[in-house]
Design a binder for this molecule. Sequence first.
Ligand SMILES: [Fe+2]
Length: 266
Amino acid sequence: MLADLVKVKAWFDGYVRSFDLSVPMIRMKYEHSYDVMRVGEALTKTLAWPPNDAAVGIAACLLHDTGRFSQYRDFGTYNDGASVDHGDCGYETLRREFFGNTINADSVDDEGQKVILQAVKWHNKKSLPELHPDLSSDALLFCWLARDADKLDVFRLVRRRMDEGTIGGLLPRHKIGAPLSTSLLEEVETFWSGSYKNASSLQDFLLIQLTWTLDINFAPSLQILEKSGVLTHIRDCFPKDDARVQTLLEGLFVRIEEHKRAIAEK
Ligand SMILES: [Fe+2]
């Protein structure tokens, strides 16, 4: 499995330049792509991936949000539910415009292309299926890497924008001062995961983020999250005097500890 990262970056930069980078929401996704790539670099190093696999994994991280650019141009939103599934859209764009063009033939070998396409397609799904014709066992590690790196960077970005007081620009659909939505609370109490369709406030988004922790795949990813303090920061954002919310948070943090033990061997 091989990927020439210099060529992958050159294609990606050229592709993104066909969009209007002066639009802050587009610019943000371009920067996020490189930030996720850097998280992927750090994780593959910590996990001691062989260099060729690491290069393919890092390429998948850089390309994971390829679908975001045409999504925003065509629909003016990053809400998949109201537009397109940006993982599926990225898969198609890469297949057609990157790997389908003979000029790029030596950028990534066939095996690398297959796993990158799957990592991009599956990076944004709520969970990965046990068995699916479009998800091979070879691709699973790469899907895990892209999903972890993406989540880690979104945790970092949301925290930074909250600290800067600019979170409203990042999450335009979510009301900043509003409480948790009852429908989301019920969903998380039942399934320990939350859907964007039930989220309308910043607190809702933060609760969904906390549940992402249960979907983290690699132990070092969870260590990075815990070390950053972002999990306790989110926990402190919820009302201390709301017994229902506090019970839910206690349950979530117990599950996070269990999950940490479960992935320690991965
Ligand atoms: Fe994404």
